[in-house]
Ligand binder design. Structure first.
Ligand code: SF4
Length: 408
């Protein structure tokens, strides 16, 4: 509900079969953490990320073996039916690798260039130009990805000096943010001089503090119409990483800023890399920008409900949707992702929330009659009770889905 978010105007950029910017829905991307030279593992993780919902997958291309692996990775994922565009992440030696391995340059769908890591002075300009020329030759877009941990020190030092001489000097943080934006825009201007069209350029200015990243992107967005890749860099682990990323991304997306997003989550040892993709989906879905899976509205519970039934049922429904969604999508159930279910703990808010969902169940709280009214499209249709309640509710949901989405 609520007014749709008005997206900032940006150039559309085509990356393989995916278009970002130009008013298109925000695209989710992620990055592998395998050794790219290990072709089997990199193929496997690229497919896992893609299955989880990553619409673009980036891989490190740091050494000869990684560059040599890229065409094989591309070939293998295509053979398995994965058309997910792959992006090469280059630092320091991208100009050399892209020139030395044209098959790698051709297989990649986009190159990420960090202008802070392409050399210094004249070498910087020469290396940067070389990468742009390869991109032009292979007709590939680039991301000019500035990161504050590797910000071009020549730009930062110059801007710090200028600031020091100013009558009203800014804080060091403000100058750093300005330098991030300057590095991105001057690099984009350079790429344009070499012949790159704006529809081939994506920009990012990632920082690791929420307020800084919001400020940097807000300034950047006001100064250009390039498609923007938005993310909080080095977000950290688990809950903290998820919350910080959400705080930053939600603010920017709400302003219409961001054409593609990534959540840079540090996985727990042995944890799933795909977690960062799911967080991106949840962010976009909670902002009402995209729908990925049916949503379960569940109450937090309180002293009015002392059993765990509503928690188990909410969890069970989440799992149920995760399992069933691929099957429903395969059957062509268009719009099933927008299904809304409510699982509520007692009579206080139970019937109200259940009535605004497609299907809702209001479970009995402590001391209530042990019966659970079920509402479908706002109307009470039945009352469930007993140990089979969960099974019956799931059956009702499945029937509803088949009827509503299966008749196309
Ligand atoms: S619906 Fe009932 S059990 Fe759930 S939080 Fe509200 S008052 Fe508590």
């Amino acid at each position: 509900m609520g007014a749709p978010i008005k997206k900032r105007k940006s150039f559309p950029v085509k990356i393989g079969r995916v278009t970002m910017g130009g008013g298109q829905p925000v695209v989710i991307q992620s990055m592998t953490n395998t050794d790219t030279a290990d072709i089997e593992k990199s193929v496997q993780q690229t497919m896992e990320l893609s299955d989880a919902g990553s619409e673009l997958v980036r891989l490190t291309v740091n050494v000869d073996a990684a560059a040599q692996a890229i065409p094989h990775i591309k070939e293998k994922i295509l053979a398995k039916g994965y058309t997910t565009p792959i992006i090469g992440d280059f630092h320091y030696n991208g100009h050399t690798l892209l020139t030395k391995y044209p098959e790698c340059a051709e297989a990649l769908d986009k190159y990420r260039i960090n202008p802070g890591n392409v050399g210094f002075g004249e070498t910087h300009d020469k290396n940067f130009k070389q990468m742009i020329e390869v991109a032009l030759k292979h007709n590939k877009p680039v991301r000019i990805g500035v990161n504050w941990g590797s910000l071009d020190q020549t730009i930062l030092n110059r801007m710090m000096d200028e600031n020091g001489r100013s009558a009203n000097p800014k804080s060091a943080e403000e100058v750093t943010i300005d330098a991030m934006v300057e590095s991105a825009l001057s690099s984009a201007a350079m790429a344009r001089e070499y012949g790159m069209r704006p529809e081939k350029i994506v920009i990012s200015v990632k920082m690791s503090h929420v307020q800084d990243v919001i400020k940097a992107y807000t300034i950047l967005a006001s100064k250009c119409e390039y498609a923007l890749h938005v993310g909080l860099t080095e977000a950290g682990m688990g809950l903290k990483g998820a919350v910080s990323s959400t705080a930053a991304l939600a603010n920017l997306l709400q302003q219409g800023i961001g054409d593609t997003i990534r959540v840079s989550l540090t996985p727990a040892p042995g944890g799933a890399r795909t977690e960062e993709v799911l967080i991106c989906q949840h962010i976009l879905q909670s902002l009402g920008m995209r729908q990925f899976q049916p949503s379960v509205t569940a109450c937090p519970g309180c002293g009015r409900t002392t059993n765990t039934l509503f928690q188990e049922m909410s969890q069970d429904m989440e799992n149920f949707f995760r399992e069933k969604l691929p099957e429903w999508q395969k059957k062509g159930y268009i719009g099933v992702e927008s299904l809304k279910i409510a699982v509520m703990g007692c009579i206080v808010n139970g019937p109200g929330e259940s009535k605004v969902a497609d299907i809702g169940i209001s479970l009995p709280g402590t001391g209530e009659n042990p019966k659970a009214p079920v509402f479908v499209d706002g109307k009470k249709v039945t009352t469930l009770e007993g140990p089979q309640m969960m099974t019956h509710f799931k059956k009702l949901v499945e029937d509803y889905v088949n009827q509503k989405f299966g008749s196309h």
